[in-house]
Design a protein around this ligand. Structure first.
Ligand code: GLY
Length: 285
């Protein structure tokens, strides 16, 4: 068990998990099972990836965010002082066991946080997912039958994207939509913002930049911001560009002097754009 929240996803907790695995002791023919949301999934998955140089892992996501995104695709890791997920490994789970009835007892803030990833998939996949998410939000986010369908579409989309690019060298990077500014905001807040709250801000930030650059219609930014607001997620970026840039300098997506940004050009059309660190500094304002 680790205390909830991103601030637990550190080297000390990670070593405690490994020590506990050794104390049991788990052997190379055993399998780890990780029960929890994004933080336990990432950290437990990383422990499974490194314990005895890797043992199999089953992910059992308990949050919406983990069900639609983080439990799928084998990204595992922990945060370092310099930034999020800076140490980690790709370690595909042998199975992801999803029981959506767990969502009925999820704290509301956690639930809303997961909806930011759903909106991200709506932008990437386009219709009908985006409209289904709008209808779900309009109805007060209470229609669990609709939610099951939404989760299924997101999971299928993630699997399809990851299958062609497990190690995140190509199209998988599209899934970082909203996450460059989002991760920076999350860290700038001292992790008092949830991942989804920060991603919500990051989505509106990149949609605004894309609209300002004439790359995306402003209506898409407005429609998305309206949806995120209806869900109850924050959409304004409260941190100064210089502060965000200082954090993004250490983003693991950085490649030398460049970073690839996932840019939404239209609903269902998202592309990768390589920008220099100087260009990014300018964009951040
Ligand atoms: N969460 C983004 C990815 O798995 O690639």
């Amino acid at each position: 068990m680790v205390p909830p929240g991103e601030s637990s996803k550190n080297g000390a907790s990670f070593l405690r998990i490994l020590e506990a695995m050794a104390e049991i002791p788990l052997t190379r023919t055993d399998m780890a099972a990780v029960l929890g949301g994004g933080v336990p999934g990432d950290m437990g998955g990383f422990a499974a990836a490194t314990y005895m140089r890797g043992i199999p892992v089953v992910q059992i996501p308990t949050t919406l965010l983990a069900m639609v995104d983080s439990a799928i695709g084998g990204k595992t890791g922990i945060d370092l002082s310099a930034g999020k997920n800076l140490a980690g490994a790709f370690h595909e789970p042998v199975m992801v066991y999803t029981d959506t009835s767990l969502l009925r007892t999820l704290p509301e803030r956690e639930f809303r946080s997961g909806m930011a990833e759903v909106v991200k998939y709506g932008l990437i996949c386009g219709e009908p997912l985006f409209s289904m998410t709008e209808a779900f939000a309009e109805g007060g986010c209470g229609d669990f039958d609709a939610l099951e369908k939404i989760i299924d579409i997101c999971r299928e989309a993630k699997l399809g994207i990851v299958e062609g690019d497990v190690t995140d060298k190509g199209k998988r990077q599209i899934l970082n939509l909203g996450h460059t500014a989002g991760h920076a905001a999350e860290k700038a807040s001292g992790y008092s913002l949830t991942h989804g709250e920060a991603v919500s801000m990051g989505l509106v930030w990149i949609l605004t930049k894309a609209a300002d650059a004439g790359l995306a219609p402003a209506e898409l930014r407005d429609r998305t911001a309206k949806l995120l607001g209806k869900i109850g997620l924050p959409t304004d970026m409260p941190f100064a560009g210089a502060e965000l840039f200082d954090i993004i300098k250490n983003d693991k997506k950085r490649k030398g002097n460049f970073i690839d940004l996932a840019v939404p050009e239209d609903l269902g059309k998202c592309t990768l754009k390589r920008v220099s660190m100087e260009e990014l500094r300018e964009m951040l304002g």
